[in-house]
Design a protein around this ligand. Structure first.
Ligand SMILES: Cc1cc2nc3c(=O)[nH]c(=O)nc-3n(C[C@H](O)[C@H](O)[C@H](O)COP(=O)(O)O)c2cc1C
Length: 384
């Protein structure tokens, strides 16, 4: 399937593996890129040297384009992005921060940059400072989807930008991919779907849960990691959300942030002072993150279904099997192409069934084709 996204990135299929901490590891990234999509390495749990090692491992596993992400709010994320630039990674995906410096440096070696956004203001700004594409995440998504659902968010943003959009949130099969393209996207990113595949390092306990659970079995709250976050509805998730950042959780954050400092090879004292100097609001946010990091890690790595918490999207309700990455990608594209054929057929039937009188009353087709006309039709509403 060819779209503006496949042309831009030099990939076969318009399907992207989202950068998921502890899931989008080198083998997983390479499996997606080798199957014709774009794998994105999650660097959240890595320090700079681990990021470099992971990038080199991907390079040894595939000669196809791949990406790395940088969640700029996380400690050490900017350093990881700098390593990706030094390693001339073909695609860099950043979120939760301003990535103009990444765009400038990546373009110098011909790299492409994708900004993850959840609203039209950030989308427009990212386009203005030179991003090549956007990854737009709707409310259904695992982890940090926006306030609006994919169905409304994609056309809203497609109305104000010209660069290709990758739709994320709620896409698990060819119906989702076809719908994303119909809404104005040029491809789809999948997190939850690709997380339950044979190559995925997700613990079997959670693969099983993801298959068993339905569309209604996720919860969305700001009280898990301090940002709006969607996770699987389990006892661990409910406990974490009920407690929010109370005194007990604040004390728990201290050893958990030591773990983060160790993992990222940052001196704890430096991390602690940096966090305290960044203000109370940031300190609370980072305390939330420290606890969330631990809960997600013990879910994905240890399969702890009691204390672990796993980001999962509503699309888990459409997941019934544990196929290979290649099978997911190929059947998704095939199904989307079949749906496009069915839609074209339906449109033909509808057009040929129209009474002649009605046809003359319709607006000339050329007017509707103008991109400028499409842009002015939907004005995103400002939030009050
Ligand atoms: C286990 C897991 C971990 C994730 N970790 C991150 C992360 O570290 N950074 C990030 O930007 N998004 C993260 N996400 C969100 C995905 O990148 C993506 O936006 C989301 O999965 C797309 O929605 P979907 O799950 O409906 O396909 C994570 C998602 C999952 C399922």
């Amino acid at each position: 399937m060819k779209t503006r996204l496949t042309e831009l990135l030099g990939i076969k299929h318009p399907i992207v593996l989202s950068g998921m901490s502890w899931i989008s590891v080198p083998k997983m990234v390479a499996a997606v890129s080798n199957a014709g999509g774009l794998g994105i390495l999650a660097t959240g749990p890595f320090d700079a040297e681990q990021t470099r090692k992971a990038i080199r491992e991907i390079k040894s596993l595939t000669d196809k384009p791949f990406g790395t992400n940088a969640t700029l709010l996380f400690p050490g994320a900017a350093d990881n992005a700098r390593v990706a630039l030094e390693e001339k990674v073909p695609v860099i995906n950043f979120s939760l921060g301003k990535g103009d410096w990444i765009v400038k440096a990546a373009h110098e070696y011909g790299g492409k940059v994708i900004a993850t956004v959840v609203n039209h203001r950030h989308a427009k700004r990212a386009q203005d400072y030179g991003c090549d594409a956007l990854l737009v995440t709707g409310h259904e998504a695992a982890a940090h989807g926006g306030d609006a659902t994919t169905f409304c968010l994609i056309p809203t943003i497609a109305s104000v930008v010209d660069i290709p959009i990758i739709a994320a949130g709620g896409i698990g099969d060819g119906r989702g991919l076809a719908a994303a393209i119909a809404l104005g996207a040029e491809g789809a990113a999948m997190g939850t779907r690709l997380m339950t595949t044979q190559e995925s390092p997700l613990h079997d306990n959670y693969k099983k849960l993801s298959i068993e659970k339905g569309t209604y079995d996720t919860v969305y709250s700001k009280r898990f990691d301090g940002l709006g976050c969607r996770v699987l509805d389990t006892k661990g998730a409910r406990d974490a959300i009920r407690q929010g950042m109370n005194l007990k959780k604040m004390f728990e954050a201290l050893p958990n942030s030591v773990d983060i400092a160790n993992q990222l090879h940052l001196p704890y004292f430096k991390l602690f002072i940096g966090v305290m100097l960044s203000g109370w609001k940031n300190a609370i946010q980072l305390a939330y993150m420290a606890n969330a990091f631990k809960s997600i890690r013990i879910a994905t790595e240890n399969g702890d279904v009691k204390n672990g918490v796993l980001p999962v999207g509503q699309v888990t309700g459409l997941i019934n099997d544990n196929p290979t990455v290649k099978q997911v990608i190929e059947r998704t594209v095939k199904e989307a192409e079949e749906i496009a054929g069915v839609l074209a057929q339906k449109a033909n039937i509808a057009t040929s069934a129209k009474p002649a009188a009605k046809k003359t009353a319709a607006k000339p087709r050329t007017a509707a084709k103008k991109p400028a006309a499409r842009k002015t039709t939907a004005k995103p509403k400002e939030k009050k």
